[in-house]
Design a protein around this ligand. Structure first.
Ligand code: AHM
Ligand code: MG
Length: 340
């Protein structure tokens, strides 16, 4: 790429070509990107900024929050509440939705995020990230007056997303985005202070020889997952006829980023440890945005049986089983589940 294309220019040009990005949505994405720059700064400072370690609070899922979880959440809220582009926000770190305060104008979009994904990696200097999903606030039913935004407005299937992405804070800070017209990657140029387009039309290869799953949970898995992984482990001598490699970073952003870059399959399936939970990961601000990115790059994403983007959420913090990545592998795992 001879000329540097900033995120701003990319968004303006996408609007010209596809009409996909109205001004309010562009503002929203620019503000999210600016927030990610702020979070990246805090992450980079680490111990020098006093941002490592646990806070004294728990989130709605009963997980002890890290200081950076709270900082990242505040950065996103403070940056996004006043611009007039949002009606409300929802976050992994907040029990209920956060409606834009009355003193600011209300916009037409809803923003959901996991402000700091991969929290267990914060203190050990391993890649972490921010995941976000954008929905439109539903129009009032015909003949009805506009209502105050509520949680029900958020409960839309992932197929309704109008933008989704993540920012990974690793050796580089990279923002990955879709507005429904393929996947683009932007690397943070710290000297310029801007995100620069570094890859367009990202494609996930349909085949792979690399899987990502937390193997320590093997004894708790369901039969189809055991069967799939067991066949991978048998390598060349087994039914798959090829050797597989394994990676597990324990930051979904970093695992998905690797898959978008060179292929692979990522799984966080339902398991018997907590049989009443559909999975560990959250549908609305983890699985949905990642699934849309993966599909936009030619991959696939299911909960083992159904396409994730078709699932109707019943509540904001709903959990889901996740199988995503290279299409042929995801289809095989899904076939094993549906064969039962
Ligand atoms: P978090 O949002 O609290 O950080 O949890 C989500 C993370 C994912 O990024 C990752 O894939 C998974 O949890 C790792 O879980 P485990 O530690 O069970 O392997
Ligand atoms: Mg998370």
């Amino acid at each position: 790429m001879s000329q540097k294309i900033s995120l701003t220019r990319y968004l303006v040009e996408q609007q010209r070509v596809n009409g996909h990005i109205p001004a309010q949505l562009r503002l929203l994405l620019e503000v999210v990107a600016r927030s990610c720059k702020g979070i990246s700064q805090a992450v980079n400072k680490g111990a020098l900024g006093g941002v490592l370690g646990a806070a004294t609070t728990e989130n709605v899922q009963g997980e002890v929050q890290k200081k950076l979880d709270i900082i990242a959440n505040e950065v996103l809220i403070e940056a996004n509440e006043w611009g007039g582009h949002l009606a409300a926000m929802a976050s992994e770190e907040m029990d209920s939705i956060y409606a834009v305060p009355n003193r600011y104008p209300q916009g037409e979009y809803l923003l959901l995020f996991d402000p700091l994904d991969g929290s267990s990696n914060i203190d050990v200097n391993v890649s972490i990230g921010t995941i976000f999903s954008v929905l439109k606030k539903p129009d009032p039913a015909p003949g009805k007056a506009a209502h105050a935004v509520n949680e029900q407005d958020f409960l839309q299937p992932g197929s309704q997303q109008v933008a989704a992405g993540y920012c990974v804070y690793g050796p580089q800070t990279t923002l990955v985005l879709t507005v429904g017209n393929g996947v683009a990657m932007f690397t943070l140029d710290r000297e310029q202070g801007s995100f620069v387009l570094t890859q367009e039309n990202v494609q996930v290869p349909a085949d792979t020889q690399e899987f990502a799953i937390n193997m320590s949970n093997m004894r708790h898995w369901d039969e189809p997952v055991k069967r799939y992984i067991d066949e991978c482990l048998q390598g060349k001598e087994g039914p798959r006829g090829k050797d597989f490699n394994m990676r597990w970073i324990a930051s979904m952003v970093a695992d998905v980023h690797r898959i978008l870059t060179r292929g692979g399959i990522f799984m966080y399936p339902w398991d018997k440890r907590e049989p009443n939970k559909p999975g560990k990961l959250r549908l609305m601000y983890e699985a949905n945005p990642m699934s849309w990115l993966i599909e936009q790059a030619g991959g696939a994403a299911t909960n083992g049986r159904e396409r994730i983007l078709d699932l109707q959420p019943g509540k904001l913090h709903e959990r889901v089983s996740v199988v995503l990545g290279s299409k042929n592998e995801v289809e095989l795992v899904t076939k094993y589940h549906n064969a039962l």
